[in-house]
Design a protein around this ligand. Structure first.
Ligand code: CTP
Length: 409
């Protein structure tokens, strides 16, 4: 039987927890879905399940050691960890112990699995399993938040019977649930799409050294670019001023002012199927920027409205799918309906900056997504990577998007 992971190369990391027995079934499901799987086990994992079980089911040698004795696993290549890090489309660690979570968060590389993860640049899915107190531990939760902000996907543990003999939160999610997450992360359903994403804030010159800008970090836009890339899209990012590193595997065009961003976007839009307008474009620019550095005690500046780039691109829309953003604090529904029509957007993602932990400068966000019929969903507070997945999944269910998917070459 084959399924949605046909041809995908998955590295399954197994760490030392009683839930390691469930990973045997997870491996079976991954193989049934059509994935090629290589397994890396930590030393502690081998206390729970033998490598032979994973070897038989994966039809691949199980990797266990960073440095192996002659004739033992791990002796084949002095840079086995580098070879292993280059191989997969996706890494899953199931179960993930609190220790492995801490190692990933800290960038430690003291055994084969942690070394492979630190040398690997693609998506990682973690399925934690541990005692409930260890799960609630602040250090573990802080580590998970950090990893979420870096793009690691966490499949949260469930409540149920723990090995400790009572019911609580900490049981590894069921393999079927983990597979669902894996499918969203590494599906290639956007492989025919050209996705254009605008990211970050713009700068408007006051004089040769000073600018007007905003606090956009670029995190949300980059998370969207990364999520689209993970689904196989060819992604172009037109970026303004950002405070975080762009994802790998996307084409980057750097711009500074709203006028530069507009020019780049108009050029790229023609060759795109989907536009995600996540940039925080300045609404105003300086009427007459000074050619010399301004001195003196007071300074009055006249601002004029900038071009609404999204509205301009909306006029060139054709069959393209457009996702706009908005920042609203009141009359959200009415304002959003007006914007959807005026800017010819298929979806508008509304940030509410009054919600704690949402919008600018945070690693988390909380958004409500609207289409022409009204509110589609509210996400609640989540990492920007999770929100990016939800936004793309919501777009995927829209009729106009499906039409583009069918027609895209
Ligand atoms: N946008 C744009 N060009 C601008 C301003 C905004 O393309 N000059 C885009 C943004 O990238 C975003 C959307 O338009 O996708 C935001 O629309 P906007 O009308 O600025 O809404 P808000 O920021 O929500 O606020 P307001 O309605 O108060 O202006």
């Amino acid at each position: 039987m084959t399924g949605g992971l046909e041809g995908k190369r998955i590295l399954l990391g197994v760490t030392g927890g009683i839930a390691a027995y469930k990973s045997v079934y997870l491996l079976r499901l991954l193989r049934n879905e059509g994935a090629a799987v290589k397994v890396v086990m930590t030393e502690a994992a081998r206390e729970f399940v033998t490598p032979l079980t994973f070897e038989t089911l994966s039809e691949n040698k199980v990797h266990t050691r960073l440095f192996g004795a002659e004739g033992e696993p791990g002796d084949e290549s002095p840079v086995e960890h580098v070879d292993l890090a280059k191989w997969p489309d996706l890494v899953i660690v199931a179960p993930t112990t609190a220790n492995t979570i801490a190692k990933c968060a800290g960038g430690a590389a003291d055994d084969l699995l942690s070394t492979v993860i630190s040398a690997y640049e693609g998506p990682v899915v973690l399925a934690p399993a541990m005692n409930d107190a260890m799960w609630r531990n602040k250090a573990t939760q802080d580590n998970l938040r950090q990893l979420g902000a870096r793009g690691f996907r966490v499949v949260p543990p469930e409540s149920g019977d723990l090995a400790c003999g009572y019911e609580a939160e900490g049981r590894m999610a069921e393999p079927e649930k983990i597979i669902e997450h894996v499918k969203t992360v590494c599906s290639s359903d956007f492989s025919k799409l050209r996705v254009l994403v605008s990211v970050g804030g713009t700068e408007e010159d006051l004089d040769p050294v000073r600018v007007i800008t905003n606090r956009s970090s670029g995190r949300m836009g980059f998370a969207l670019a990364e999520a689209a890339r993970n689904r196989g899209a060819r992604v172009t990012v037109v970026m303004g001023r950002v405070f975080v590193r762009p994802p790998i595997g996307v084409r980057l065009i750097e711009t500074r002012t709203s006028a530069e961003m507009s020019e780049a976007l108009k050029k790229e839009f023609v060759e795109s199927d989907v536009l995600i307008m996540a940039a925080a474009v300045s609404d105003y620019s300086v009427a007459s920027p000074s050619a010399q550095k301004i001195k003196g005690d007071t300074w009055t500046v006249e601002l004029t409205r900038t071009e609404d780039i999204l509205e301009s691109l909306g006029k060139m829309k054709g069959k393209r799918f457009i996702i706009g953003f908005a920042l609203e604090t009141e009359n959200i529904k009415a304002n959003t309906e007006k914007k959807l029509a005026k800017k010819k957007c298929d979806l508008i993602v509304v940030n509410n900056p009054l919600e704690k932990g949402a919008a600018f400068e945070h690693e988390t966000n909380a958004v409500t997504i609207y289409n022409a019929e009204g509110e589609v969903l509210s996400t609640g507070l989540k990492s920007k990577h999770e929100i990016a997945d939800i936004i793309l999944q919501t777009a995927r269910t829209e009729k106009a998007f499906q039409k583009i998917l069918v027609e895209a070459r």
